[in-house]
Each structure stands twice: as C-alpha cells, then as structure tokens.
Ligand binder design. Structure first.
Ligand SMILES: [Zn+2]
Length: 167
C-alpha cells in the first residue's frame, strides 16, 4: 500500500480497525512516519468532534418555524424562475447537481462574455487590479442575472394573463 491509498483508508481505519483494508493501512502506518502523523492528526480532529456539543435550539424555534412556513405558504406563488432558484438553493438532493452545474456554467459564460466585452470595447482603459476587475465582472453578472430574472418573470405573468380566456 502506498501513502495515497493509505490516506484514503485512514477514516475507515479509525472507524473500523478490523477490516482487511484497515489492517493493510495499519501495516503501512507502522513503517511510514508521514502517514502516522496524518493518522494522529485525524484522531485529534475526531476527538475534538466527539467533545463538541451541538447548541440547543431556542425553546420557540419550532413555533417560529411553523409560523414562517405558514406565511410562506400563504404568499402568492413566485415565478417559475424564482421557484427553480430556491429549489436549487435549498435542495441538497443530488438530482439537482447537474442543473446547478449548468447554472454555474451559464454564469461563467456570461462572465466570460462580459469580460471579453470589457477588454475589447475599452482598449484605452487604465489598468485596474485583478480584484477590482473581478468585482466589476461579478457586479455585471449579478445585474445580468437580475435582468434575466425580471424578463422571465414578466414573460411568466404575460403567459398567465394570456392563459385566461377572454370573456
Ligand atoms: Zn505512507
């Protein structure tokens, strides 16, 4: 077993030292100071986590949450883009990872476009620091996304309106 495999096996070694993989890792650790150090550091982290106590939520947490939930449910349904965005933001399910990756790719595309536009249309622009440029690009992306959001919401409400049969 090499060091790389051994470091992947370290969590299993701590949790279940009796498995064959753990025994192999232990054999490597006995002969490798670097991996032994890694194991000790992991053990220290684990014991810190054992000692950590989860803070108790306040006594009214459940009631407050229930009230907030009822308020949210009573609100008018948001546009589909808003719903999609909140689903992406608050869902931890793996099925949305590809969509999230797509959204990031879109943001990168927009960012790249904005950046290219910036550098092409302003050749005489004084040099700014990379951080300032990044912040400007982020700002522009944010504005672009907000505009897109508004456009999509308008489109959504227009669709709703046209869906109502004229009397
Ligand atoms: Zn090693």
């Amino acid at each position: 077993m090499n060091c790389r495999d051994c470091q992947f096996a370290l969590p299993d070694l701590l949790l279940d030292p009796a498995t064959p993989a753990s025994l192999k890792a232990q054999a490597h650790i006995d002969s490798c100071a670097q991996c032994r150090e890694e194991l000790e550091s992991l053990q220290a982290t684990m014991s810190l986590l054992d000692a950590w106590e989860v803070p108790e939520p306040s006594a009214y947490f459940d009631q407050k949450l229930a009230v907030l939930l009822r308020e949210e449910q009573a609100k008018a349904p948001a546009g589909w883009f808003e719903r999609l965005r909140s689903r992406l933001l608050f869902n931890t399910g793996r099925q949305f990872r590809p969509a999230l990756a797509g959204a990031f790719a879109l943001a990168l595309l927009i960012g790249g476009g904005t950046f290219a536009d910036l550098s092409l249309s302003n050749p005489a622009k004084p040099a700014t620091s990379a951080t300032v440029t990044d912040l400007q690009v982020l700002d522009k992306n944010d504005q672009a996304l907000q505009t897109m959001d508004l456009l999509l919401q308008d489109e959504g409400s227009a669709d709703d309106a046209s869906g109502v049969p004229a009397s």
